[in-house]
Ligand binder design. Structure first.
Ligand SMILES: [Zn+2]
Length: 144
């Protein structure tokens, strides 16, 4: 698959910019850990192709990416045992298809509201903890 990069788009360069947070390269998308781990296991899955809307993708790419979203969500559910996985695809600020895949727990202070419903203090991990969490998710994906 050809990656059509758009210079001003932060998502087009995200895989190169956030090497420490890389989890997996899929056929149609990339998966990285979100730097803020306030929600444990929060990942970003973004299309290799610079597109804004799902309907901009050809059918094969869209279906393939949705399988990658689903496979990731299943791996996160198996690993973190959340009450719900949230799937958020907005693109208002960064108009390049990227899914926020967020394990959610009923024990959270923000539950059951959307993750952006009120501000929170970011949870930044050590490099070693990022490496471990990325490895755990990668291993959970390899079982799927
Ligand atoms: Zn882009």
């Amino acid at each position: 698959m050809i990656c059509t990069k758009t210079p001003a788009c932060p998502m087009c360069s995200r895989w190169d910019d956030d090497v420490e947070l890389r989890i997996m390269e899929f056929e149609y998308s990339y998966l990285i850990l979100n730097r803020d781990q306030f929600f444990p296991g929060y990942c970003l899955l973004f299309s290799k192709q610079h597109s804004t809307e799902l309907f901009d993708l050809d059918l094969k790419t869209r279906q393939g990416m949705m399988e990658e979203v689903t496979r990731t969500a299943a791996a996160l559910a198996a690993l973190f045992k959340p009450d719900k996985i949230n799937y958020e695809l907005l693109g208002n600020m960064v108009p390049h298809i990227h899914w926020h895949l967020v394990p959610r727990f009923s024990s959270e202070s923000l539950w059951p509201r959307p993750i952006w419903s009120e501000p929170h203090v970011e949870t930044i991990l050590t490099s070693e903890a990022y490496r471990q969490r990325c490895n755990q998710i990668r291993q959970a994906l390899e079982k799927r």
